[in-house]
Design a protein around this ligand. Structure first.
Ligand code: FES
Length: 157
């Protein structure tokens, strides 16, 4: 009887936790464009969902695919990588290398059961605070539709 009560409380707690669930998104932003774009959104008081946590990196080309896999493994519900527009990379072609790398990575993640919408790659310049806000809003909505990241929750990592 005691076990039954514990289980029903546990189920009720889980249902309540799922209804209050908000996605956690980690965003790797290149220092020279996308981070400045996010900063512009902030100083311009352009609203966007508070679900993201920003990691500033020197260039989107610096992002090792392992960072993305490790983020998902650590429980982040989604990942956003954003760099300079093509032709604007401070390191000439880091963003183009990143785009190629992530295109392949998304296919691999999809193959192992991680939905493509959880990992996003975009370009945002330092002058695009509004665009940054729209991208974050769209990414949060997409990940919300996908639900919590349960891929690595079974302990088989
Ligand atoms: S410096 Fe921004 S993507 Fe390379």
């Amino acid at each position: 009887m005691l076990t039954l009560n514990t289980n029903s409380k546990s189920i009720a707690h889980e249902a309540s936790a799922e209804s209050n669930w908000e996605p956690k998104i980690i965003a790797f932003l290149c220092n020279w464009c996308s981070y400045a774009g996010a900063d512009l959104a902030g100083v311009s008081r352009i609203q966007y969902p508070p679900n993201i946590r920003i990691v500033r990196v020197p260039c989107s080309g610096r992002i090792n695919p392992y960072f993305i896999i490790k983020s998902l493994q650590s429980g982040w519900d989604g990942v956003l990588v954003s760099g300079c527009h093509p032709g604007d990379c401070h390191y000439i072609s880091g963003n183009l290398l990143a785009r190629r790398r992530f295109s392949i990575l998304k296919d691999i993640l999809d193959f192992i059961g991680i939905e493509k919408g959880r990992v996003n790659f975009t370009w945002v310049s330092a002058a695009e605070g509004e665009a940054f806000s729209k991208i974050v809003t769209k990414v949060v909505e997409t990940v919300k539709e996908l639900g919590p990241n349960k891929i690595f929750k079974s302990g088989d990592t």
